[in-house]
Design a binder for this molecule. Structure first.
Ligand SMILES: [Zn+2]
Length: 291
């Protein structure tokens, strides 16, 4: 049996709490204010108060506190301590035994009826706590209320995935990103002298030719240099991560994240191969893996 169930059984066995007297007798000024707030213009309440005001007569007031033997207050503390920190009222049924008359002195008792749980709800896992309040005038019960709350552990809010820093795709680089989407590592090749170059550019630095083509690289190379990035956080990456500058067999160098290798296991000369990590329909990132 859980501590929650033990506490509930103890409180249920105690039964009715001690009586708590209302602050004022049932009175016309309070009824007038209540009718006004409710928009009720019925002239019926010259001798008796509206039955639905039962709870009003024993409200704590602004600075009131629950009595020590109030079972709902006690169960709230027990459930708070167990991590069920949020509360929502789910059900309230009132029964009226007779009209309250002006001058009636009302007192309230409270009984724990049941504590049921843990239940999975849309709000989170929680316990349904049902209490029965009984209002008395003298020894006569005049109204009752079954009141049910759900005390629940709120589901942690799932933060939206951080936006990824996306590469700029333009006329000079489109061939590269179209390649990664197809699982190809494409390297720009000069249409004039045939020199390979990366990163891509609009003009060959050797012969000034402006109509580049490309080749598909083997994707094999060695770590030429690297950094271990510890800070600041980068959207889409888990810290720390390794960015490696890899020299390809074809002779050009290319930067990408080196995955699946611990930062302290990376070294210059480490043999790696290209792989492709699909981010979404528009973007596939090249990544290095150890060979
Ligand atoms: Zn050239």
């Amino acid at each position: 049996m859980t501590g929650i169930e033990e506490a509930a059984n103890r409180l249920i066995a105690v039964g009715e709490s001690g009586r708590r007297a209302g602050r004022d007798p049932v009175n016309l000024p309070m009824v007038r204010n209540w009718l006004e707030a409710m928009g009720d213009t019925s002239p019926a309440y010259t001798e008796v108060a509206p039955p639905a005001m039962a709870q009003v007569w024993t409200m704590f007031g602004l600075n009131g506190t629950r009595s020590d033997d109030d079972p709902l207050g006690t169960m709230i503390h027990v459930l708070d301590d167990a991590g069920y920190t949020s509360i929502v009222a789910t059900n309230c049924e009132q029964t009226y035994h007779r009209y309250l008359r002006y001058g009636d002195e009302v007192a309230l008792t409270s009984t724990l009826e049941s504590v049921v749980g843990p239940k999975r709800t849309a709000l989170g896992e929680g316990w349904f706590v049902t209490t029965r309040n009984t209002w008395y005038v003298g020894e006569e019960p005049v109204a009752e209320m079954l009141f049910r709350v759900l005390k629940f552990a709120p589901k942690p809010a799932t933060p939206p995935p951080p936006p990824l820093i996306r590469p700029v795709v333009n006329r000079d680089t489109a061939y590269f990103w179209e390649g990664t989407a197809q699982g190809e590592l494409r390297i720009q090749k000069c249409g004039g002298c045939g020199e390979l170059r990366h990163p891509p550019g609009p003009m060959c630095p050797h012969c000034n030719e402006t109509k580049p083509t490309h080749v598909v690289a083997s994707g094999l190379g060695e770590v030429y240099s690297y950094v271990v990035h510890h800070h600041p956080p980068v959207p889409g990456h888990t810290l720390p991560f390794v960015i490696a500058l890899v020299e390809l067999e074809e002779g050009v160098r290319l930067l990408a994240e080196l995955v699946d290798v611990a930062p302290d296991e990376v070294e210059v000369g480490l043999p790696v191969r290209i792989d492709f990590a699909k981010v979404d329909d528009e973007l596939t990132m090249p990544v290095w893996r150890r060979r």
